[in-house]
Design a binder for this molecule. Sequence first.
Ligand SMILES: Nc1nc2c(ncn2[C@@H]2O[C@H](COP(=O)(O)OP(=O)(O)OP(=O)(O)O)[C@@H](O)[C@H]2O)c(=O)[nH]1
Ligand SMILES: [Zn+2]
Length: 200
Amino acid sequence: MTQHSQLTQPEGENIDREKAQRGTRILLESLGEDPDRLGLKDTWERRIPDAFTTLTEGNRHEAKPTMRTFDAKNDDLVVKTGIPFYSLCEHHLLPFHGIAHVAYRPSEEVVGLSKIARYVRWQSRQLTMQESLTNDLASGLAEELDAPMVLVEMNATHLCEAMRGVETESTTTTRTTIGELTDVEREQFQAAVARAEGNQ
Ligand SMILES: Nc1nc2c(ncn2[C@@H]2O[C@H](COP(=O)(O)OP(=O)(O)OP(=O)(O)O)[C@@H](O)[C@H]2O)c(=O)[nH]1
Ligand SMILES: [Zn+2]
């Protein structure tokens, strides 16, 4: 990994640390802050570049989890519910976060269960909109797993709505389905989601 306390830009596909430092410094100045005061010096020099390196990992292929797979015994739906995720809204650079639910139909292989949550966490770490993230997850998982059907549902709270602007905390649900699933399978998925969300 890179040395985070350096002023130089790290190698590879990482963020441009020097620009992140300069930009944060200027933002702090614009707020009337002294960026060189004790509490803020590390903020622009190290903490924000480090934090945004992590929070934009989803842009970097090198950070993608290894999707270890095993032979599938059949093509029954695999349903994984209650996956926490944290992302950043591209409009205000504020977090939106919540719970993702994923179902997929295996073709030849099933993926290690932990890898679904790892994939959701990785892909969520970017500046995006909830609808785009839901789409990206469904198409990304379909490709990774060579799966004929992937369904992703995300329920999230947007801090840009809660902390400012409309100042209303509400839940946004987005859903993307790639491929076909039966009515019974859809009902089973919804029942699993309801259990995970504590509605049943
Ligand atoms: N569809 C969608 N909208 C989002 C998402 N995240 C934030 N937004 C919305 O993006 C919109 C941006 O609207 P603008 O009018 O350009 O910005 P604004 O003046 O800050 O809007 P307010 O948030 O209403 O104060 C707002 O309505 C946000 O609630 C998202 O993931 N999906
Ligand atoms: Zn926003």
